[in-house]
Write a protein that binds this ligand. Structure first.
Ligand SMILES: NC(=O)C1=CN([C@@H]2O[C@H](COP(=O)(O)OP(=O)(O)OC[C@H]3O[C@@H](n4cnc5c(N)ncnc54)[C@H](OP(=O)(O)O)[C@@H]3O)[C@@H](O)[C@H]2O)C=CC1
Ligand SMILES: O=C(O)C1=N[C@H](C(=O)O)C[C@H](O)C1
Length: 263
């Protein structure tokens, strides 16, 4: 399978280039980064100390040479790449987070023409945690206050993380609610007492934290904490490759990591 990587000079882009070049069934054919990036023209494997023969470029027409794009960039980048994927019939794995409603609708529309996996977290552990949260939320559906905490590195630009939002959604869905209707996004000053049935969010940004998520179910006299901690981005990269292989069998449609991991 011929793989293109977008955001080739980013934290995830580099993990993906390393993972693809170590996978005998996958071939790195395209490495993209944004126009103006200092990495343009460099070999995609330069950071590993070896040449892949693929130069980092901003030419989206190069996607004609790939079966599947794996995109970890920014929402505006991903949405532009998606249009090029449609033009060239290239499938797409989207790991980027921080989309607004319009962006999510554009991904949904694109998936009517090409096959797309879109998930805020590609790790097996986080996707198992989402299932645990569904069970916990159904069991603890009254008398427990739910709080979602997440911590990430100082360079993360969106908050709460896509994973924290997915965790909040897992609880809200289990309660038959919409997350937007019951989320407390931030607290400051005279907040008043906590509202029953809401889901609170809190965020830490600092240092090189790869990604920690905890969902608290706080009752009277007890609390349950469900925690996932990432210690390496390699798990996200391996999950993304699994998603790309899954798409090899799909012509179009929108899938998530639960679909991928179910096979
Ligand atoms: N789904 C998952 O499992 C995971 C998702 N993520 C998400 O992936 C995304 C990227 O994370 P990370 O690798 O840490 O970020 P980085 O900032 O390290 O990398 C992003 C890359 O995309 C490039 N880029 C930025 N804007 C654009 C654009 N408009 N068009 C094309 N390329 C662009 C950046 O270039 P430059 O640096 O020159 O601006 C950089 O090379 C984030 O949204 C993050 O939340 C991260 C980890 C796991
Ligand atoms: O930006 C990151 O680093 C991460 N982003 C994803 C998110 O927003 O949930 C996944 C992971 O937590 C790392």
């Amino acid at each position: 399978m011929r793989i293109a990587i977008a955001g080739a000079d980013g934290r995830m882009g580099r993990m993906l280039i390393e993972a693809v070049t170590q996978s005998p069934d996958l071939e790195l054919t395209v490495a993209l980064d944004r126009s103006g990036s200092a990495a343009l023209g460099q070999d995609a494997g330069a950071f590993l100390g070896h040449n892949t023969g693929v130069l980092i470029s901003d030419n989206l027409n190069a996607l004609a040479d790939a079966d599947c794009l794996i995109d970890f960039t920014r929402p505006e980048g991903t949405l532009a790449h998606l249009q090029a994927c449609i033009k060239h019939g290239t499938k797409c794995v989207i790991g980027t987070t921080g989309f607004d409603e319009q962006g999510k609708q554009a991904i949904q529309a694109a998936s009517q023409k090409i096959a797309v996996v879109f998930a805020p977290n590609m790790s097996v552990g986080v996707n198992a945690t989402l299932k645990l949260l569904d069970i916990a939320a159904k069991l603890l559906n009254s008398g427990y206050d739910v709080e979602v905490f997440e911590a990430h590195h100082r360079n993360k630009v969106d908050a709460p993380s896509g994973t924290a939002l997915a965790m909040g959604e897992a609880v809200a869905n289990a309660w038959g609610k919409k997350l937007d209707d019951i989320a407390d996004w931030a607290r400051h000053g005279e907040t008043g007492a906590r509202e029953t049935g809401n889901i609170g969010f809190s965020v830490v940004r600092g240092g090189d934290i790869v990604g920690d998520h905890t969902v608290y179910f706080c009752g009277t006299g007890e609390r349950i904490e469900i925690t996932h901690r990432s210690s390496s981005r390699a798990t996200y990269a391996q999950g993304s490759l699994r998603a790309a292989r899954y798409l090899a069998r799909k012509e179009f449609g929108l899938f998530d990591m639960q679909d991928v991991l179910a096979t």
